[in-house]
Design a binder for this molecule. Structure first.
Ligand code: PAF
Length: 282
């Protein structure tokens, strides 16, 4: 398996692949790989001539310095895991310097308001950081298709908007959420959960599933109140937000319309670890 740490080394490889008219499937990640990431790279391998994964903990998308410092970094294990999928995968694992040089700053983006909802409210600057790194990676890798998990549904919608606004010639593929057997959405952050919080955390998906059932007969506000009451009684999990939103605009809804698709979004703290999840409602 080939691993490149510098643009100047990977760029000639990309040029060569492009010259031969081969398609590139790209999976950007921040490492600490789990089965969800592996399912994305498997999809990229199936649908393209070449599969490339980037592993880069992007400093500009962390609004909290401690979160950045504590983010798991497990490069050796990540590479071993990737090898179990295929040794043909190309890895780009740049240094901060290779991406940002001296200037570790985000560009500013207008994502038609998608960036102001949910994660955008609670993690100021986060989507400018995501937009900056993903645009940069798309310039370097020049993928045909890029794969994103729907656990970060808002990010997936924002990346769709990014490629639309900048006319970037890549198709964005959204992949279903990969879950542990007990329902917890897979996330690199899960490995930081202590046993007690890990045991408690499947409650999040359990509540989402019941919220979906209730949404069949109850209003969005009633469902939201019910979810809030479930967490108010919980000793280990603290609700940051639960909202029911239009899948297109990501705006919170107060009244249902039959022609629209809705999704419920949730962010919860398990001790100092922030977990997010979502579920399609109709
Ligand atoms: O979803 C992630 O892991 C990151 O936000 C991404 C897309 C790799 C950008 O750093």
């Amino acid at each position: 398996m080939k691993v490149y740490n510098l643009q100047e080394n990977i760029s000639p490889i990309i040029e060569d692949i492009k010259k031969k008219g081969k398609s590139i499937g790209f999976v950007p990640t921040m490492g600490a790989l789990h089965k969800g990431h592996l399912s994305l790279i498997e999809e990229a391998l199936k649908q393209n001539d070449v599969a490339i994964m980037s592993i880069f903990v992007n400093p500009t998308q962390f609004n909290n310095q401690q979160d950045l410092e504590k983010y798991p970094r497990t490069m050796d294990r990540d590479l071993e895991l990737l090898k179990t999928v295929s040794d043909k995968i190309i890895v780009y694992a740049p240094t901060v310097d290779d991406i940002y040089g001296e200037n570790i700053e985000s560009a500013h983006f207008d994502f038609d308001g998608l960036e102001f909802e949910m994660e955008g409210k609670f993690r100021p600057g986060h989507f400018d950081g995501v937009g900056t790194i993903v645009k940069r990676l798309f310039e370097i890798i020049q993928p045909t298709k890029a794969y994103f998990g729907k656990k970060d549904f808002q990010q997936y919608r924002i990346i769709q908007k990014l490629v639309e606004n900048y006319n970037i010639p890549v198709s964005i593929v959204g992949c279903e959420i990969y879950r542990e057997k007990d329902g917890l959405a897979m996330s690199s952050r899960n490995e930081r959960l202590n046993p007690e919080h890990r045991k408690a955390s499947p409650f999040i998906y359990k509540v989402l599933k019941t919220a979906k059932e209730k949404f069949g007969t109850k209003s969005a506000n009633e469902v939201t109140d019910w979810v809030e009451s479930q967490f108010a009684e919980h000793d280990l999990l603290e609700l940051e937000y639960f909202i029911i939103a239009d899948e297109e605009s990501l705006k919170t809804i107060h009244r249902k319309s039959k022609s629209k698709s809705y999704r419920a979004f949730i962010a919860v703290y398990a001790d100092d670890i922030r977990l997010i999840d979502n579920i399609a409602l109709n």
